[in-house]
Design a protein. Structure first.
Length: 136
């Protein structure tokens, strides 16, 4: 065996051993054990002047605002209320928003932005939550 080949063989064996050790040190779970719950990152502390981040789109709106959006979309024929989940930005509601935005010449995001809300005849200042640091 040539010295280069021997060196390559040692490197491969060393790598295989390191991988085996790393894999072997992982916690062993019985096959019938339930999966471990996903680890949730801790939220960062809120800095003065910066609003906390919403963990879901619904958290951007005041209570009852999504129902108002859904009602306005239904009144204009964009949403079948029986197919939508009340108060949720589900796939049916976002599709209706996207169609409304398209018909209005707005960016088709499926997310109710200030201009979409305004064109639905609602006051954006009464629909969206305020930044607690700037709310008066």
């Amino acid at each position: 065996m040539t010295p280069a080949r021997a060196h390559l063989r040692r490197a491969v064996l060393l790598l295989a051993g390191a991988l085996a050790c790393a894999h072997g040190s992982a916690e062993k779970r019985p096959p019938d054990a339930p999966p471990a719950p996903p680890v949730q990152p801790k939220p960062a502390p809120v800095e003065p002047g910066h609003p906390p981040l919403a963990d879901a789109p619904e958290a951007l709106f005041v209570p009852g605002a999504i129902e108002q959006l859904q009602k306005r979309l239904a009144e204009r024929g964009y949403l079948d209320l029986s197919a939508a989940r009340p108060g949720r930005l589900d796939s049916t509601t976002t599709a209706a928003i996207r169609k409304f935005q398209s018909d209005q010449g707005l960016a088709r995001t499926g997310t109710p932005d200030r201009e979409t809300v305004r064109r639905l005849g609602l006051d954006p200042d009464k629909v969206f939550r305020k930044n607690p640091a700037t709310a008066s």
